[in-house]
Design a protein around this ligand. Structure first.
Ligand code: SAH
Length: 215
């Protein structure tokens, strides 16, 4: 790994307010270069979102760090991620959780992410292809759920699959210029919701896959 570039990014994340050492360690331990296309390898440690295939993006490291920190993941937890994409966020979560379940609607992206994670020696991520807005009922409940695409509305199926004491972090907003990151905490008394920060994500697409993505 490019050690000076890693250190620079970690310093930048600290300056931007990330304080959870475990999150910073996880980010420093996952080689982001392996998750971006070769032409972008030089920029892999920049604090910027980068393109992956199918018009999707690997999120900005600060957003990955903020969402991961907001999720308060512990080592015995079972985490669900919606939107595997490159598998980068799943890899970061895998360093902190017991097991990560990740759903992606584009099969080639899912397969590629799966292979990449195994190549990196990460074996506690289980990938599946499908519409993640429905969650993963056979594996529910989850201690933590993270959605890495913007939902137009708070996804009820995911709230239902959250364990009591569980946390859901989800970008919400119809308009890409006014999305906010929301955290929903489920307790015995109901749901507590707070708004964390403005974000910009590709949309969470509900429903059937286009033929293109099934290859
Ligand atoms: N977490 C990824 C980045 C996610 S980009 C990473 O670390 O690289 C958002 C991803 O969500 C895209 O790959 C997109 O195809 C996927 N997506 C959008 N709607 C979805 C849905 N309903 N179910 C599953 N995946 C979805």
């Amino acid at each position: 790994m490019n050690v000076p570039a890693v250190q620079r990014l970690i310093a930048e994340l600290r300056q931007s307010g990330i304080t959870d050492e475990k999150v910073l360690e996880a980010i420093a331990a996952v080689d982001r270069e392996r998750f971006v296309a070769p032409p972008f390898a030089e920029r892999a440690w920049d604090n910027t979102a980068l393109p992956i295939s199918f018009g999707q993006t690997i999120s900005q490291p600060l957003v990955v760090a903020s969402m991961t920190e907001a999720l308060r993941v512990g080592p015995r937890m079972k985490v669900l991620e919606i939107g595997t994409g490159s598998g980068y966020q799943a890899a970061v979560l895998a360093k902190l959780a017991r097991r990560v379940y990740s759903i992606e609607r584009f099969k080639p992206l899912s397969r590629e992410a799966e292979r990449r994670l195994v190549d990196l020696g990460i074996y506690n991520v289980v990938c599946d292809v499908g519409d993640g807005s429905k969650g993963w009922p056979s594996q529910a409940p989850f201690d933590r759920i993270i959605v890495t695409a913007a939902a137009e509305e708070r996804p009820q199926a995911l709230i239902d699959q959250l364990a009591v004491g569980g946390i859901l972090v989800v970008p919400v907003g119809r308009d890409p210029t006014s999305q906010v990151l929301e955290r929903i905490i489920k307790s015995e008394n109901g749901l507590q919701r707070d708004t964390l920060m403005p974000v910009r994500f590709v949309p969470l697409v509900i429903g059937a896959l286009p033929v293109l993505g099934q290859g």
